[in-house]
Design a protein around this ligand. Structure first.
Ligand code: MG
Length: 210
């Protein structure tokens, strides 16, 4: 699969916005991850030496089968070519510093291996993407347990809003945000996330050597 961009949505679950102590947004907030951050399931997330606290966020990713620009919400679902389980890996300390300084999140979100993603399933497997159990286990213990119905902005709205900013292309990934329960990860951890009907994403964690 050829991914040309990874578009992530910040604070798209009310319970997560609350745990981060941030306001619930009135319009979707997007940021980009580089495609060099992609990691297939079974891969090892490498913790960079620049960060002391890296966290995992489990998200439903939408993979576009068709591109478009200024796509109205009522046509948006026709662009969807598949779904994956996605980890938005975040260097939380670097992000907190960026928030404080008013600087971009590029570093905190963009390290190599910070975008693990499961093999996509076709949209026919997922009758309603807004009613899926979403769960994360770290070393066998459940840390995130929610449902995609808790999303603030649903997929048609996300595609409409994103396509008003930039041209969307086939293969683009839209990570739709994380529910509450984001969890710090350390070397040796085993992560396993599942989203009903979409699949399972498994990763291990190791320190990256300089
Ligand atoms: Mg996220």
């Amino acid at each position: 699969m050829n991914v040309s961009k990874i578009l992530c949505v910040a604070r798209n679950y009310a319970d997560h916005a609350k745990e981060m102590g941030t306001a619930v947004p009135t319009e979707p907030i997007f940021f980009l991850k580089p495609t060099t951050a992609l990691l297939p399931t079974g891969g090892t997330i490498l913790l960079p030496p620049q960060s002391k606290r890296v966290e995992v966020e489990t998200e439903l990713a939408v993979i576009l089968g068709t591109g478009g620009r200024e796509v109205p919400a009522d046509k948006a679902m026709t662009l969807v070519g598949g779904y994956s389980v996605f980890f938005d890996i975040t260097a939380r300390d670097l992000q907190a510093k960026a928030r404080e300084d008013g600087s971009p999140w590029t570093a905190s979100k963009g390290f190599d291996t910070f975008a693990p993603m499961s093999e996509p399933v076709p949209p026919e497997h997922v009758s309603d993407p807004h009613a899926l159990g979403i769960r994360l286990k770290v070393n066998g213990i459940v840390r995130q347990d929610s449902n995609t119905r808790q999303m603030i902005f649903r997929i048609p709205h996300l595609i409409e809003a994103a396509s008003q900013i930039m041209t969307l292309e086939a293969g683009d990934v839209i990570a739709t945000g994380t529910p509450a329960g984001v969890w710090p990860i350390v070397p040796g951890d085993r992560l396993e996330a599942d989203i009903a009907r979409v699949g399972i994403l498994r990763c291990t964690v190791a320190a990256r050597n300089r």
